[in-house]
Design a protein around this ligand. Sequence first.
Ligand code: SF4
Length: 255
Amino acid sequence: MTTEPEFPSKKRLFLGLLILTFAIVLVVINILGWVGTVGLRQLHPLLPLVAQALVGIMFAGISIIMVILVLTVSLGKELPFGRKLRGLMIKVFLPVMVVIGRLFGISRENIKRSFIEINNQLILSRHLRLPPEKILILLPHCLQLADCQQKITNNIENCKQCGRCDIKDLLELAHKYGTRIAVATGGTLARKIVKDYRPRLIIAVACERDLTSGIHDTYPLPVYGILNQRPNGPCWNTKVDIQRVEEAIRTFSQR
Ligand code: SF4
């Protein structure tokens, strides 16, 4: 499957931030361990040893997690605990990384973009092959031409396929491969669609913010994210690289 040309730098940004987060967490653990040791000595002479052992276990645990995460992303192969690590990355590391990245002047958008790419890498490393009807293509409403009167959020099949926006080509792709396809106006409707369709994988098109929150909200369901293009500014007559969507369908379909 092809990737965007700027992908290596996105990957480096995420891995760099991850390693920085890792280093900061380890320093904090060590400082807390040292402070605790000083206080614990007053209570019992053996307690500092227990505290040091606990710090050592945490240190080893976090080191192993980091090595597996970096190797999974670098090698593109699913290693032990790969799925759990995606959860840990989504729930724990991403919020911490956003804070640390901001301290170093990296925009929230850039961090989220690199997170989406790494999330995609972790999903690709699982080499999933699914019946097409178990794949849901989830689209944002802003892909529809703003002055189109068709009510496609109720049912995307209401699209007349006039070709003035990308919905036509996306609908054709869903028909061609037999995948499910739907349009959501926001997180609440997206969650309802996922609940109704019960897919095993989502190929989601959206902006950085919506993709990140979608990946977070639907975990452990795998969400392969494709960023939309915004030639007219955010949320207005957006577009998507149709070829990337088709490549994603072909990658995950059992054909
Ligand atoms: S392809 Fe035409 S009919 Fe379909 S959503 Fe776009 S503008 Fe509307």
